[in-house]
Design a protein around this ligand. Sequence first.
Ligand SMILES: C[S@@+](CC[C@H](N)C(=O)[O-])C[C@H]1O[C@@H](n2cnc3c(N)ncnc32)[C@H](O)[C@@H]1O
Length: 272
Amino acid sequence: MECLKSTREDGDDHNNGETKSCCPSTQTSGSSQAERQNMECLKCRREDGDDHDDGKPKSFCPSARSSGSSQDRWNKCYEDGVIPWDLGQATPLVVHLVQSGSLPKGRGLVPGCGTGYDVVEMASPERYVVGLDISEKAMARSRELFSSVPNVDNFTFVAADFFNWKTTESFDFIFDYTFFCAIDPSMRSAWAKRMHELLTVDGELIILMFPVDDHSGGPPFKVSVEAYDEVLRALGFEVIKVEDNEYAVESRKGREILGRWRRTSNPSLVSE
Ligand SMILES: C[S@@+](CC[C@H](N)C(=O)[O-])C[C@H]1O[C@@H](n2cnc3c(N)ncnc32)[C@H](O)[C@@H]1O
């Protein structure tokens, strides 16, 4: 059984060039395989320090910072199984939004979805969700991983660059978690413009901001409410809500903020 944090079948996590044991107890019996994967990957992540080590953020993946095309770099992370951002389960906040009925229905988009646990968690007969990622390796893996879940007809995975994706679709909501922080800060205005193009009027942009801290460099690049608000307000987005994420996983507590913005009909603010 492969650890969802590492796609290596031997269960070893080769992060930062070091071979570490990843989920040795995935081979133990007891709970279901899925439960064991989730619990044990979370356990490994805490022991590894997740994306922070001694208070300093580690790179998401060394390859994500190397040279080459963006697609090649992210593909390499998935090929090598070095995906330390991956929770191995749906984000607890997303589970809460679904269960509390506070996630819009209709059509949803998750750009930079990675493995796509959140895509599957959100998808239902009332809510069709598109998971989009530049890494075709990630998308191929996700299609396989979720090929037989009960709600398989309510979501799809698309391999494409968010900034160049050619689509005629528009969405009632878009969810961003660890995507904004993964792109170069020089792309933030383009990110906002694309969000504006892809959302319906009155559509919601739901952002789980992370990492809200003060480190330098990236990815992940540091984020702040102001950094999002600056590029979104310029396009006429209105803030609906900003609050601390009380559902953050332990290693990210205090560094996550939930923000919800509404796209208004303000085409005059969007320059071509
Ligand atoms: C840090 S990972 C986060 C993945 C996922 N959101 C999660 O939390 O597990 C960032 C993801 O963004 C994807 N990505 C980076 N640039 C992209 C782009 N221009 N278009 C679409 N996806 C992109 C990467 O392949 C990677 O899967």
